[in-house]
Design a protein around this ligand. Structure first.
Ligand code: G1P
Length: 304
């Protein structure tokens, strides 16, 4: 089957309260991970999967996001005059990545509600949803695999990853059955943020989805769920429970590198991991960590 171009939707209307006061006047998606705002990694990932049309669902403080993906001619001019090609390229790159559109969520009523706001822009086509708290390493392409599975099996596809049972309450969790393909499972049920005891598996939904347009009608009638919010997981559960609505729901089980930027500690760890991989920063940062590590030992808990 030939690949058809699909659109990407990036919900970015959360309040980012875990990062206050940094997120008081700026969306959390603009927090830099090394030297790029988190959302730029996500847009680059969509582009790498062949997507050239991105809709960002925004809350208040939209200006920083819109400006980031826009041209900034005075700065470009100054850098050009100075002959600083490398910085010029870094300034211009975000504005040349894709066609980026913005729509406001209005009331923040949950992820399902945010996705519903993309209905007009997406129309009657399959589309991808990428959540900004999860960064996927560019060397481990996940989204293109999900698109391929969706197109070959006419399925809704979600990304799953094994997590420690103690962490499952932070995620949507999937009950699954094996299929003939190693990395693909059939999703038979979904529950949003279950306790470890209630969880049907240790497979967590990580923030990548390839959705069919039928999801919109389901979302329209999805009642508020966990936390009083309209949950995308609940709408997907309705699809998983009834193949007649939009075909099967499949999961691609990801085993590659994922960086969580959702809370402060994970954000710091992700920034360090990504910086260690950079040619320009990695070696010096690694030496510094090696120097620093022994000085930290006395504060570590004994492991045995
Ligand atoms: C959302 C989804 C959840 C998913 C998670 C992935 O939760 O509701 O099902 O597992 O993203 O990051 P959030 O982290 O926005 O609370």
């Amino acid at each position: 089957m030939s690949e058809t171009a699909i659109k990407a939707v990036i919900p970015a209307a959360g309040l980012g309260t875990r990062f206050l006061p940094a997120t008081k006047a700026m969306p959390k998606e603009m927090l830099p991970v090394v030297d790029k705002p988190a959302i730029q990694y996500v847009v680059e990932e969509a582009v790498a999967a062949g997507i050239d049309d991105v809709l960002v669902i925004i809350g208040r403080n939209k200006n920083a996001l819109a400006n980031h993906f826009d041209r900034v001619t005075e700065l470009e001019h100054t850098l050009e005059q100075k002959g600083d090609r490398s910085k010029l390229e870094r300034v211009m790159h975000p504005s040349s990545l894709a066609d980026i559109h913005f729509v406001r969520q209005g009331d923040p009523k949950g992820l399902g509600h945010a996705v519903l706001r993309s209905r007009k822009h997406v129309g009657n086509e399959t589309f991808a949803v990428l959540l900004g708290d999860d960064l996927i390493d560019a060397r481990d392409p996940l989204l293109s695999r999900m698109i391929e599975v969706s197109q070959s099996q006419s399925a809704t596809v979600i990304a799953l990853m094994e997590v420690e049972p103690s962490q499952i309450h932070l995620y949507g969790c999937a009950a699954v059955e094996k299929t003939g393909e190693g990395d693909v499972v059939r999703v038979t049920g979904l529950v949003e943020k279950p306790s470890a005891a209630e969880a049907p598996s240790n497979l967590a939904i990580i923030g990548r989805y390839v959705l069919k347009p039928e999801i919109f009608d389901v979302l329209e009638t999805t009642a508020p769920g966990k936390g009083g919010e309209i949950q995308l997981t609940d709408a997907l559960q309705a699809l998983a429970a009834d193949d007649e609505i939009a075909g099967p729901v499949l999961g691609v089980v990801f085993t590659g590198r994922r960086y969580d930027t959702g809370d402060r500690l994970d954000y710091l760890k992700s920034s360090i991991q990504l910086a260690l991989d950079r040619e320009d920063l990695g070696p010096e940062l690694a030496s510094w960590i090696v120097e620093l590590a022994p000085t930290l030992e006395p504060t570590l808990e004994p492991t045995a």
